[in-house]
Ligand binder design. Structure first.
Ligand code: RB5
Length: 144
């Protein structure tokens, strides 16, 4: 799978670890920055990654900031982005199954590497439910 990943400085360290991990799992990982711990603005990176996914340049996207909150808000400003901030395996599963989340957000200061891997693997391996009510609601999201 082609996965785009981006973070601000608060998510940089976890992004680096996840990039290596995902590559090791055989994914084609596109790193959209940032490239250091120097302070940057998360809206830029959230927008960049979400646009990349919505444009079809990657299958899915992962965005990270200190908490995952700011960068998820930014990603969801892009029409067609469905970015879920995940803080548990259950949320990661339902983000895929009910919301067809094409991006997930994680907090670099609030989520361990092991937790992040668990959430990502659950999100990637869970299919969209495909039921009529979920399709209808996802279509409604896409129109917002
Ligand atoms: C940056 O210090 C921090 O505010 C940012 O990474 C994020 O947590 C915002 O939601």
């Amino acid at each position: 799978m082609r996965i785009a990943i981006a973070s601000d400085h608060g998510g940089f360290s976890l992004k680096e670890d996840l990039r290596q991990y995902l590559k090791g799992e055989g994914h084609d990982v596109v790193d959209l920055g940032t490239d250091s711990e120097a302070s940057v603005d998360y809206p830029i990176y959230g927008q960049k990654c979400a646009q990349y996914v919505v444009d079809g340049k990657a299958d899915k996207g992962i965005v990270l900031c200190g908490t995952g909150i700011g960068i998820s808000i930014a990603a969801n400003k892009v029409k067609g982005a469905r970015c879920a901030l995940c803080t548990s395996e259950t949320l990661a599963e339902l983000a895929a199954n009910h919301n067809a989340a094409n991006l997930i957000a994680l907090g670099g200061r609030t989520t361990s590497f092991d937790e992040a891997v668990t959430y990502i693997e659950k999100w990637l391996s869970t299919p969209f439910d495909g039921g009529e009510r979920h399709v209808k609601r996802v279509n409604m999201l896409n129109e917002l």
